[in-house]
Design a protein around this ligand. Structure first.
Ligand SMILES: [Zn+2]
Length: 270
């Protein structure tokens, strides 16, 4: 039977701090940065059930039955300070990864003809986690600005003009690139994170910002003398750089997404 997936969204707010009770203040500040101080987020949760359509009622899961089930899971967190008020987080850091694991454990694996296939929890517009039965992935988004000119040296000026149009402008043009970096893995038992954000930020700073932020890709970046700095090529080059560095540090890059404009998006997967 063909599988159909249904998604239902829920919102909640919660307070927390990321703090390991067995560590010194200094170590906590180093590991968690500003997140070691009490703060809160407005979370957005998407719940996905997939299955075959029930011939009798035309549904996978009756949303009228699903609504209170999701509410019951979310209400255990909503409006609370997670570290102090939710038992689950007395021994675990209340990271977005561990909050997803908690919600997964509270939702029925099977409802109607459907199975819980995925949870997506957005912590801010820069951070979200996807969990399926087999894998968890955290995504963090960044922004940088760069100039480029699309020009193929083997073609004539007229052919370049025809092929690339405005993007062939002699002195180049620029974009605010949006970069989404997705790392796959299980949350560490001590930090509660697949990868500590401070560490990912350092890697993105060294491998992306230092090379491309406020640069002219054609003029300043040797990797784009032999290849044309289209966003396809930029995405591939960024993926390779991040994959190498993350692998060395013991992490698994799952994919990157590159927004060239609000309308153009590129993705490279492992
Ligand atoms: Zn462009």
């Amino acid at each position: 039977m063909q599988q159909v997936t249904l998604a239902r969204r829920a919102y909640f707010s919660a307070g927390r701090r990321l703090w390991h009770p067995g560590w010194s203040e200094e170590r906590n500040r180093e590991a968690f940065g500003k997140l070691a101080s009490p703060h809160g987020h407005d979370y957005v949760l998407d719940v996905f059930y997939g299955g075959g359509i029930d011939d009798d009622n035309g549904m996978i899961v009756n949303i009228t039955e699903l609504k209170p089930v999701i509410a019951q899971a979310v209400q255990q967190l909503a409006g609370r300070f997670l570290d102090c008020e939710v038992d689950y987080f007395s021994t675990r850091r209340p990271t977005v990864e561990n909050i997803v694991n908690f919600l997964w454990s509270q939702l029925p694996q099977h409802m109607g003809t459907g199975y819980l296939t995925r949870l997506c929890l957005q912590e801010t517009n820069r951070v979200w986690v996807n969990k399926t039965k087999d894998a968890m992935q955290v995504t963090r988004s960044y922004e940088f600005a760069a100039a480029h000119r699309l020009h193929a040296p083997q073609l004539s000026a007229e052919q370049n003009q025809e092929l690339y149009d405005k993007c062939n402008n002699l002195y180049g043009h620029g974009h605010n690139y949006g970069l989404e970096v997705t790392v796959r893995g299980e949350p560490d038992t001590e930090t509660g994170s697949i990868i500590p954000f401070a560490e990912l930020d350092r890697i993105v700073e060294a491998e992306v910002f230092e090379h491309y932020d406020h640069k002219h890709l054609n003029e300043d970046c040797p990797e784009f003398t032999a290849i044309i700095p289209t966003s396809e090529n930029l995405a591939r080059v960024i993926f390779d750089r991040l994959q190498t560095r993350l692998q060395e540090a013991g992490y698994q890059l799952s994919k990157i997404g590159l927004h060239e404009t609000q309308k153009n998006y590129f993705e490279v997967e492992a």
